[in-house]
Design a protein around this ligand. Structure first.
Ligand code: C2G
Length: 130
């Protein structure tokens, strides 16, 4: 059984998020997602439209996702990979190189980022409709 792990904010869930999760899950038999908590997004300097519980509820409806757990900090990935026995760590390639240090305990894969869509742009559109 090949186990995949990935992380993200997944705010204003969109097409690119779906593609990332679909491609990640297709690499194995199980996908765990570390979902950034609101407190961690504050550390990342990332403002979100939706709080953690709503982002988690949306992700829970995505068939590619088998487990969702909180991502509280940058440092927990190594422990998570060991805890969940992940074989492959997957991120979009906007993160290319950032997590190569994990390649002693799992395969690290950066998938091509889907162009022309991101939560930031969606938030700008949403703010204009208010
Ligand atoms: N993504 C993508 N294409 C986009 C936007 C996002 O492939 N157009 C991917 C990102 O590369 C990431 C995942 O979708 O792998 C989730 O993206 P975000 O929610 O923006 O994640 P981020 O805030 O970058 O948090 O520790 C890692 C961080 O938690 C990642």
């Amino acid at each position: 059984m090949t186990r995949i792990i990935t992380y993200g904010t997944f705010d204003t869930f969109h097409w690119a998020h779906m593609l990332l999760l679909q491609r990640a899950r297709a690499m194995g038999d199980w996908l765990g997602v570390g979902l950034s908590t609101d407190a961690f997004n504050a550390i990342k300097g990332k403002q979100t439209c939706l709080p953690y519980e709503q982002r988690k509820q949306i992700l829970s409806g995505v068939k590619y996702v088998d487990l969702i757990f909180p991502e509280n900090n940058w440092q927990q990935k190594r422990d998570d990979i060991l805890k969940y026995h992940a074989d492959i760590f997957v991120m979009g390639d906007d993160w290319r190189g950032k997590f190569d240090d994990l390649n002693d305990i799992c395969q690290v894969v950066y998938l091509p980022r889907t162009p022309d869509i991101c939560s930031t742009e969606i938030k700008k559109i949403l703010s204009k409709t208010k």
